[in-house]
Design a protein around this ligand. Structure first.
Ligand code: MN
Length: 739
């Protein structure tokens, strides 16, 4: 375990970044003071109390905190334990230090060690107190880290409640601040006390086969080193095993087998520049087979806690699986110490905690939300409020983008409405629809990480009652409620009618139609379904009360009046297009369903190597004396060819009952009945299978199956991939060449 450090070691860490002698005077003064005041106090471990205070200060110094923060770290228990008040402390040191220590003390008092069921109100105060000054959070995290490291000296009951609180409050905060070094250790320690048996089980699983894994790790490491050295890329490389807590989550919360954990072993490559990172990635994907769907580019799209890195997962030559993380030195520092890396104490630059606080708030907008929500005291239902707030803060792990690439983080289950309000309140209030990845999505659509969301707005509309059932974030819900309650206070019916009339005429104008025509249209009982209400007065009132949106009504009128016109246009367009294809098809017909423009009466055949199927992107290769061979554009045999290629397309009228051969390969972690399930899956999908060949690597239990199936087109093949990929244990499904 951790050996206790002394004052000398604290100073040694500080020397790494503090040179101004004045800084040491302050730290020395705080140290002398605590040695005196805490002199007769001891930790549960029997050690002098100052041991705890020095450890806390060392952690703060490791994060490169400023001297004021370190001094406050040393003094953090003095008000609570030594009968000294804020005023005395301010006189002796500074009011800034006194203030920090007081804030930490308040949190310590709030901390609900003795209460098993946490109270929402206490949680709330805890967050708010910490959110006021980032340094308070960091001191509290350092304090908790040392308390967790020495938790074995506590009685059993306290161990459980402290570990629970750590996992529920402190590790999420460390995560959101991106301080992974502290986060990981806190998580592992919490689980050690909360789930001791599972913890031991994981530790022994990691130990078993460790030699084999180490060898494999060494082999891949030296191979990567050689590649990077040969290509003259600067690098540092290190290997690691996944943290115990993350293995715990996969095994016990996601119900995975220990052998099914992809990224049990990870290699981290640290290089110089961003460009180097992508180069390294290129060489690695060139040398090893990456597992599809596992590549993540957090450099182009940083996490909200500012984490940047490239992640990919590859299969090594000995068929072990490794996660590879590639980043620059700066990115690595940010990953280990989070935002602390961004506000590291810089000497000779006037330090202003307010400026720092503001900078951090801007960088981490969730943090700003937290503060602004806590400023708003209108909420009187603390429990609902806290539930929504904790959900926002702790489960914010869907990262979505605006069309311009701004990353918005939202809790799981968030909808386009939540997204719109997060972008801007006004965007939320005026949204009428959303495009997710360029297609129209309903407001109830659940957003996924990586979605690009474009909100459509119309300033004549407003939120409706049912949005309250759809939105998930406290932020959106608050704003919708506020808006709606304002609407209820609104006006008598005459005023509503007047306002509705006004809104309607604006909406008509914006659409470019003529008001009189629209009114005439709506008055016609033929279109009662669009008018919805008995007469125009009722409709205006409904618009005025925002029960219906003027924009929607206008859009419906527009759609109806233009319908005939547009139908005619579209029909003409379709006719035109099909004429063109017919013309094309006649230029070179053959029974393979391939169209090569300008080439008649030429023998066309399918390449055996890559076996194209309808729907694949294809290209023709003019072979000497053998006519044209059709390959897939990504066939490895075609990569070097440039000159003898000719464009080829599938005939859109191809006969879909024809079956084509496709070669696929499955990589799986082996388990009983796996082969059975693969065959069942194909049979149920009514896929005809020509052959299946499997082999298992006994060392790591990775099974590889080569399967030849027949499908009618690429869409069907994609479905097959999807079905196979859903079988437990299947790591990857790939299309391969014949050999
Ligand atoms: Mn303490």
């Amino acid at each position: 375990m951790h050996r206790n450090r002394g004052y000398d070691e604290l100073i040694a860490i500080c020397r790494g970044y503090l040179t101004n002698p004045q800084n040491y005077e302050l730290i020395q003064k705080a140290y002398d003071y605590i040695c005196d005041k805490h002199a007769n106090q001891f930790r549960k471990s029997g050690e002098p109390y100052r041991v705890h205070l020095i450890e806390v200060a060392c952690t703060l110094a490791e994060l490169h905190s400023g001297p004021v923060t370190i001094a406050a770290g040393l003094l953090h228990d003095i008000i609570e334990d030594c009968d000294i008040d804020e005023e005395q402390l301010a006189k002796l040191f500074t009011s800034e230090i006194a203030h920090l220590v007081m804030a930490v003390t308040k949190i310590t008092k709030l901390s609900s060690f003795d209460i098993i069921d946490y109270q929402a109100e206490n949680h709330r105060k805890l967050f708010i107190a910490m959110a006021r000054d980032i340094r308070v959070i960091v001191i509290k995290l350092a304090d908790r880290l040392h308390n967790m490291r020495t938790l074995n000296f506590m009685p059993k009951e306290k161990q459980l409640s402290i570990a629970k609180e750590t996992l529920e409050i402190y590790t999420p905060i460390a995560h959101r601040l991106g301080i992974y070094a502290i986060k990981t250790e806190l998580e592992d320690l919490s689980i050690k006390y909360l789930e001791p048996e599972k913890y031991e089980n994981i530790v022994s699983l990691i130990k078993s086969n460790q030699n084999l894994r180490n060898e494999s790790m060494k082999r891949i490491q030296s191979r990567i080193e050689k590649i990077l050295f040969d290509n003259q890329i600067p690098y540092e490389i290190s290997g690691r095993v996944k943290s115990i807590y993350s293995i715990y989550k996969k095994m016990y919360l996601k119900d995975k087998n220990f052998n099914e954990i992809y990224d049990l072993q990870a290699l981290r490559i640290i290089t110089h520049t961003k460009t180097n990172c992508y180069e390294v990635l290129g060489y690695i994907h060139d040398a090893f087979r990456p597992i599809p769907g596992r590549f993540k580019d957090y450099i182009a799209m940083p996490k909200p806690n500012l984490y940047q890195s490239l992640h990919t997962t590859i299969i090594s030559d000995d068929r072990n699986i490794f996660e590879i993380q590639i980043r620059t030195k700066e990115m690595d520092e940010t990953a280990e110490t989070g935002i602390a890396a961004h506000w590291r104490y810089k000497e000779n630059i006037a330090y202003d905690p307010k400026v720092e606080q503001k900078e951090i708030e801007e960088k981490l907008h969730w943090f700003k939300d937290l503060i602004s929500i806590s400023d708003d005291d209108s909420s009187n239902n603390a429990k609902d409020y806290m539930e929504a707030l904790t959900r926002d803060i702790f489960e914010a792990n869907v990262y979505v983008m605006t069309p311009k690439g701004r990353v918005i983080d939202l809790p799981n289950g968030a909808t386009p409405i939540d997204f719109a309000y997060k972008v801007h309140t006004q965007v939320g209030h005026t949204m009428i629809g959303a495009m997710v990845n360029s297609s129209i999505a309903p407001l109830t659509h659940i957003l996924k990480t990586g979605d690009i969301v474009d909100i459509k707005t119309n300033k004549n509309t407003g939120p409706s009652e049912d949005w309250l059932k759809i939105a998930k974030t406290s932020y959106a819900l608050n704003h919708i409620r506020k808006y709606l309650s304002k609407q209820l206070l609104l006006i008598n019916k005459d005023e509503a009618i007047a306002s509705g009339k006004e809104l309607f005429s604006i909406a008509v104008k914006e659409d470019g139609m003529i008001l009189q025509d629209c009114i005439k249209f709506l008055e016609d009982d033929k279109y009662k379904n669009i008018r919805i209400y008995e007469n125009m007065q009722e409709l205006y009132a409904a618009i005025g009360y925002r029960h219906v949106s003027a924009g929607n009504i206008v859009a419906k009128i527009h759609a109806e009046t233009k319908l005939q016109e547009r139908l005619a246009e579209r029909t003409a367009e379709i006719l035109n297009r099909s004429k063109k294809t017919i013309n094309k098809a006649t230029s070179a017909e053959n029974n393979l369903g391939i169209i090569i423009e300008g080439l008649d009466n030429c023998a066309i055949s399918m390449a055996q190597c890559c076996a194209p199927i309808p729907g694949d992107e294809i290209i023709g290769f003019i072979s000497k004396g053998l006519g044209v061979k059709i390959h897939r554009t990504n066939c490895p045999n075609m990569q070097q060819e440039k000159r003898r290629l000719i464009a080829a397309q599938w005939d859109p009228h191809i006969d879909n009952s024809l079956q084509h051969i496709a070669y696929i390969q499955l990589t799986c972690s082996d388990r009983p009945n796996l082969l059975m399930e693969i065959i069942n899956c194909l049979t149920q999908g009514k896929i005809s299978m020509q052959s299946i060949n499997g082999r298992v690597n006994e060392k790591n239990s990775i099974a590889t199956f080569n399967i030849i199936i027949k499908v009618s087109n690429a869409d069907q093949l994609r479905n097959v991939f999807y079905m196979l990929d859903n079988i437990t244990g299947v790591l990857s499904v790939e299309r391969i060449s014949k050999n």
